[in-house]
Structures are given as structure tokens and as C-alpha cells.
Design a protein around this ligand. Structure first.
Ligand code: TEU
Length: 542
């Protein structure tokens, strides 16, 4: 498209390459597999795909530990495969957004291998090195998100290096201008290859406090989203004032944007997980049009699927982030699948999957879908022996990690491994996922998949849903009611999230013009009252 604002209101489909489609027969998905399934992705009616990392990597954090930013890991294919994928995606009208994991590298990256050889090599300051305290302990009290201290001793340099995540993910030192330049060079590499945008992993972790001040203690509250192991992981007991989200990042994001703006029609979406301060951070990263295009928050990734929560998230976003743009998501490769988070029991999973996408597709903002959610897949319950995520292995059984949402896609119910692979997959295909395979759902007009396609087509048809204003109406605690308006196009949405029917009289006098058949919403207007069944909704124009 020639629309530079294509990303506003866009629907972005996240592909987790390891688990999408294997063609090489090693039990791990690959780029050729993505190419094979691009027509399926296009058939969903999404605007773009976001590919989780496929770069050269030891895979200690499943590719979020990169050892070469400018190449494809042989496990996934080649740069030539990537180019074919780009071409095919573009031919199908799909934009391609790739992950940039630049806050840290793998410890196998040549930059880190060089940096750790001595205290005076050319890359000595490319990572965050610090002397031990006089008693030999770590420089300060910073902690790793994945458990334990954020510092690891290096016997050669006889210094500690910092890592916000695994010890094999050393933190790049963004205070060093050469590091910024090197990272931006690799970003340019992909821009030149034609990618349409970047998802910036842990965008608020780039800088650290150069004085290395201790973090103060913190009592977790309901605003702390994104940390899945709060009871067992002490990370949540600190206020992360100094190990991330430093003011210098704003200037770096301007450099990043200036590079992006050399190329037409590109976008950025930054992942911001900053507890209660997230929206302040998002505001500073997306305001002014000279930094990030969008931010992705953790607001809707928690267990809460109530009208109050959704209204609170949307209203706070618009209050704190006046001129920024949000990307909402219910699921990704780090959290339990939302059907399992939101449904009260297995029997209502399909209904929950349907109402959730109806709600998501009517929000103001862009939206990210995670592969498999369009099938209504529940979280897989894996045995300890099946786990591959080091975060889960560490905290089992209090926290089982992130593998339960990373199991393979299910394509054909009758094929071995549901069509994902001819080999034993890296994570098992859960038995309960097989009957939810794509081929089964494509034969059923009432399926979750059919509902996704219909709802996404509906969203696309109305500019008011993509970029119109969003205003909430007061009703009761089980009802989410709001309007979406753009000029003469005015929609009213009323969602009943109660597990029983409701008859709702809206306090405001809205002159309903006509009901619009948003697919799947069966609510009806009866003598001025809106009658809605359990987990359903009503949509009209006024
Ligand atoms: O996640 C960032 C992040 O903050 C996660 O630690 C999140 O809080 C955690 O996974 C909750 O379960 C990004 C990637 O999405 C994740 O897959 C990587 O492991 C992480 O960065 C490190 O690169």
C-alpha cells in the first residue's frame, strides 16, 4: 500500500517460527514452512506478520539470544529463503515485521567473545562490565528477570557483566555510541532487505544507570503485569529504577526513528514491560512522532478479562499517552494462552475465544494475534521432561514457564503431528489441540477460525474501528459498552461478559440508526432494551 499510516489499526499476526511449520523434517519449524503457510495467514484477513527471531542463535532463549544479527540460523533456513518469504508475503498483501533483540546479545556473539577477552580490547566497553565489591560480591543488587542476580563473574576479565535475562544474554552497553552505531547498522541491513517494520524486544532495557545504584525494594501490586512467577521470583520485589528505563533511551529512539524515516512506509512497535510505570514510559517513547510508532504493553496479557479492567486499560492509555499509539494483545509467546486465562472451564473455551476477538477487534489501537489463538487453542499442560524454556525449568513447579503456549500449530487433524512435522517435534503436539486443527475448523462455519475471519473482515471494512475515537458508557460491571466514531460513522458496541443473559438499558439516549451484523454478535434491541446472551454482544450504528 502507499499509505504510510498502514500500521494504525492494523492487525498483526505473530508467527513463532519454531512452532509454525516444519519442512526440513527436524521437528522444528522453518522459513520454508512459513512460506508454505503464507496463503493461510493472508486468508485470515490480517495486515502484517510479526516473526519472532530466526537469526543465528544458540537458542538458549529460543532465539532471543542472537549471535549474528544479519543472518538466518541454519535451523530456520537461509537469507535466500528469507528473501523468497518477503516476496511472497508482499505479493499476498502482507507486511513483514521482524523482531530486533538488541538490548542483549548471545554470549556467543563475536562482540561479546571479543569484549570478554580483556579490559582494554576495542570492544571492552560494549557490554556492561563492573568490578566486584571489595568482598568479591556483585557490584549491586540488580536481579535477572529469569531469577538470580543480574551479574555474572567472568574469570578472564576478573569483572562482572550484567544480564537482565539469562547469564548467556549479556546486556549491550548503549551508553557507548559505537554500540548504538553497530546496532543501527544491523537494523539498516534488514531495512535494505525490504522489511516493513520491527518489533523491538525489551525496548526499555537498552540503558542502565551508569552509577550502578542499588534498586530500592518494592511491594508488588495489581499494576505489576508481565511477571508470571511473582511468588517464587524475587525480581518482582524490587523497584526497577536503575537497571532499565533510563532517560537516555529517548534520545536513542530518536536516532532509531531517523533511520526508519529514511525508508518509506516502515513501522516500529516497542515492547514495554515496566510495571506500574509502563504508561509513563510508553508516553515518552511514542509522543511527538519522532520516536516509536507504537508501543506494545502487557496490560491485557494478565488474567483479568472484565469490563472494568479493559475500560481501565484503554482509558489510562488515552489519558497518559495522548498522541501515542498502542498495540493491544491478549496472547504472545511469553504468557499463558488467553483462552485458558479467561475461560472458567473447558466447556466455555470456544465462546470465550470468540467474544475475546470480538472485543479486541473493536478496540482503538493496533492488535497483535498470536499463532493458534484463531483456533481457540488452550494452554498446553506439559510434563517437566517436555520443557525447553529455561525460565520454566528453573521455577518448576510453581511456575511452569512459557512452553505451554509454544507448542506446534495444528494443521491437519489426521496427519502425523497434526501436519506440523514428519519428525518428533521439539515440543509435543498436545492431544487436545488436534481436534482444533485448521482443516477441521475450515469445514465448520461455526468454528472459532471462521469467527476470526469474519470479525477481522468486519473491522477492516470500517475506518471508525481502525482509528475512530473510543468513548465508554456506564452500565453495570459485567457490561463493556462503548462507542467508536469517526465523522458520520458512529458505532455502539455492548458486550455482555456475564455467564448469563442480560437486558441492558443504556442511560444515554442514543438514537440507533440500524443494527450492523458484526459477525457472531446476536444481541437484539427490544423496546429500547438491549437483550444479550451470555458472552455475547450487540453492535449498532447511531
Ligand atoms: O520478553 C521480555 C519480558 O519482559 C519477559 O521477560 C516477560 O516478562 C516474561 O517472558 C514473562 O513471562 C522478551 C521476549 O518476548 C521473551 O521471549 C524473551 O525471553 C525476553 O524478552 C528476553 O529477550
Amino acid at each position: 500500500s502507499k499509505n504510510p499510516d498502514w500500521w494504525r489499526g492494523a492487525v498483526i499476526y505473530q508467527v513463532y517460527p519454531r512452532s509454525f511449520q516444519d519442512t526440513s523434517g527436524d521437528g522444528i519449524g522453518d522459513i520454508k514452512g512459513i512460506i508454505e503457510r503464507l496463503p493461510y495467514i493472508a486468508s485470515l484477513g490480517v495486515d502484517a506478520i510479526w516473526l519472532s527471531p530466526f537469526f543465528t542463535s544458540p537458542q538458549a532463549d529460543m532465539g532471543y539470544d542472537v549471535s549474528d544479527y544479519c543472518d538466518v540460523d541454519p535451523m530456520f533456513g537461509t537469507l535466500a529463503d528469507f528473501d523468497v518469504m518477503m516476496e511472497r508475503a508482499h505479493a499476498l498483501g502482507l507486511k513483514v515485521i521482524i523482531d530486533q533483540v538488541i538490548s542483549h546479545t548471545s554470549d556467543q556473539h563475536p562482540w561479546f567473545k571479543e569484549s570478554r577477552t580483556s579490559r582494554d580490547n576495542p570492544k571492552a566497553d560494549w557490554f556492561v562490565w563492573a568490578a566486584a565489591k571489595p568482598d568479591g560480591t556483585a557490584p549491586n543488587n540488580w536481579l535477572s528477570v529469569f531469577g538470580g542476580p543480574a551479574w555474572e563473574w567472568d574469570g578472564v576479565r576478573k569483572q562482572y557483566y550484567m544480564h537482565n535475562f539469562l547469564t548467556s544474554q549479556p546486556d549491550l552497553n548503549f551508553h557507548n555510541r559505537d554500540v548504538q552505531d553497530a546496532v543501527l547498522d544491523s537494523v539498516r541491513f534488514w531495512l535494505d532487505r525490504g522489511v516493513d517494520g520491527f518489533r523491538l524486544d525489551t525496548v526499555n532495557y537498552y540503558f542502565h544507570d551508569e552509577e550502578l545504584r542499588d534498586n530500592p525494594p518494592h511491594v508488588p501490586d495489581s499494576e505489576d503485569a508481565g511477571l508470571d512467577a511473582p511468588d517464587v521470583n524475587p525480581y518482582g520485589m524490587q523497584s526497577h529504577l536503575y537497571d532499565k528505563t533510563q532517560p537516555e533511551n529517548v534520545e536513542f529512539l530518536k536516532r532509531f526513528r531517523a533511520l526508519m524515516d529514511e525508508y518509506p512506509d516502515r513501522t516500529t512497535v516497542g515492547e514495554v514491560g515496566d510495571g506500574a510505570r509502563s504508561l509513563k514510559t510508553v508516553a515518552s517513547y511514542t509522543s511527538g512522532g519522532d520516536k516509536l510508532h507504537m508501543c506494545y504493553t502487557f496490560d491485557l496479557l494478565g488474567p483479568d478479562f472484565t469490563p472494568n479492567h479493559i475500560r481501565h486499560c484503554v482509558q489510562s492509555f488515552h489519558r497518559h499517552v495522548a498522541d501515542g499509539w498502542v498495540c493491544w494483545a491478549f496472547s504472545n509467546h511469553d504468557v499463558h494462552r488467553h483462552v485458558s486465562r479467561f475461560a472458567h472451564n473447558a466447556a466455555e473455551q470456544a465462546a470465550v475465544a470468540k467474544i475475546a476477538i470480538s472485543v479486541l477487534a473493536s478496540l482503538r489501537g493496533s492488535i497483535c494475534l498470536y499463532q493458534g489463538e484463531e483456533l481457540g487453542l488452550p494452554e498446553a499442560d506439559l510434563a517437566f521432561e517436555d520443557l525447553r524454556d529455561p525460565y520454566g525449568i528453573r521455577f518448576w513447579p510453581a511456575f511452569k514457564g512459557r512452553d505451554g503456549c509454544r507448542t506446534p500449530m495444528v494443521w491437519e487433524a489426521d496427519a502425523p503431528q497434526a501436519g506440523f512435522s514428519t519428525a518428533k517435534p521439539w515440543l509435543p503436539v498436545p492431544g487436545e489441540h488436534v481436534p482444533l486443527s485448521v482443516d477441521v475448523q475450515e469445514a465448520d462455519p461455526q468454528s472459532v477460525l471462521a469467527h476470526y475471519r469474519a470479525v477481522l473482515a468486519f473491522r477492516k471494512a470500517y475506518p471508525a474501528l481502525l482509528s475512530g475515537d473510543m468513548d465508554f458508557l456506564e452500565t453495570n460491571e459485567d457490561v463493556l459498552a462503548f462507542t467508536r466514531t469517526l465523522g458520520e460513522e458512529r458505532f455502539l458496541f455492548v458486550f455482555n461478559l456475564r455467564r448469563g443473559p442480560q437486558e441492558i438499558r443504556l442511560p444515554q439516549k442514543l438514537a440507533i440508526r440500524d443494527t450492523v451484523p458484526m459477525p457472531g454478535l446476536e444481541g437484539r434491541l427490544v423496546d429500547g432494551e438491549i437483550h444479550i446472551g451470555p458472552l455475547n454482544g450487540f453492535c449498532a450504528r447511531f
